[in-house]
Design a protein around this ligand. Sequence first.
Ligand SMILES: Nc1ncnc2c1ncn2[C@@H]1O[C@H](COP(=O)(O)OP(=O)(O)OP(=O)(O)O)[C@@H](O)[C@H]1O
Ligand SMILES: [Mg+2]
Length: 279
Amino acid sequence: MSAISTNTNSFRRQTRTLSITSGKGGVGKTTVVANLATMLSRMGSNVLILDGDLGMANVDIMFGTRCKYSLKELLNGTRRIDEVITQIEPRTWLIPGGTGFQELQNLSEREKRILLDQMSSLKQHFDYMLIDTAPGIDNNVMYFNTSAQEIYVVVTPDPSSFADAYALIKVLHTYHHEKKFSIIANQVRDEQEGMAVFQRLSDVSQKFLFVSLDYLGCIPADVGVRRATKSQQIFVKSAPESLAAHAIKRISEKISTSQNPGQMKGGIQFFWEQLMGVA
Ligand SMILES: Nc1ncnc2c1ncn2[C@@H]1O[C@H](COP(=O)(O)OP(=O)(O)OP(=O)(O)O)[C@@H](O)[C@H]1O
Ligand SMILES: [Mg+2]
């Protein structure tokens, strides 16, 4: 891994921690994470991706590479963070997920300490940490989502994706007291369909949970996206003029100009402490 130049202001800027999650599987989380990371880094930010899909970790595959070590080796103490973290683009780094994980909260005190010490030894400054989660509402997914500062739910027009997104929001709100959710409508026919999916989800969340959702935008269904995944390409790079790439650009601009939600749950260290249950 190569070092990056330190910014004199870096100690003052906090890393924004964003989880990208969904109720249903296969809606496009990993695709969104990989392309958002690439776009945000092109816009000048340093981005760290944490592959939090501990069952099917595959962010590295999407970037056309296969990482040797993962979060797993970091936790069992056989590898240091600088051996696990991988630079995949000039301003993009990845902490690969491992497979065969136990529940994060069941980690021993020693494992938690190792992870926290290792994370605090990271010298780079990251403007964003994007966390790609597994789908659903299992405990590890909850830990990642509740530890992140901002929760982005990916939903498609498919009715089961809609129902599962609502179920996820309900659990995060009812049992974990999360109040702020941003919605990305993926694989939509057009802007209108994206807005309609959001509106429906927003209406039921408002009516039954008294939670209002933010709309981050939509990404059209595009055969080029699927093709890019198959050939392990990032479509904002391989098809920069596609509608999907323009959509990612708009969403990235919206994220970068949106207000950092402040000190609450802010910063990378806080994220890891929350995740380990030691905050
Ligand atoms: N906007 C889109 N248009 C067309 N295909 C898409 C779009 N977004 C994602 N896909 C395709 O959907 C498939 C699933 O995408 P991806 O792996 O990103 O989903 P996921 O939510 O991460 O899945 P999992 O829940 O299994 O982790 C991939 O083949 C991807 O190319
Ligand atoms: Mg995925």
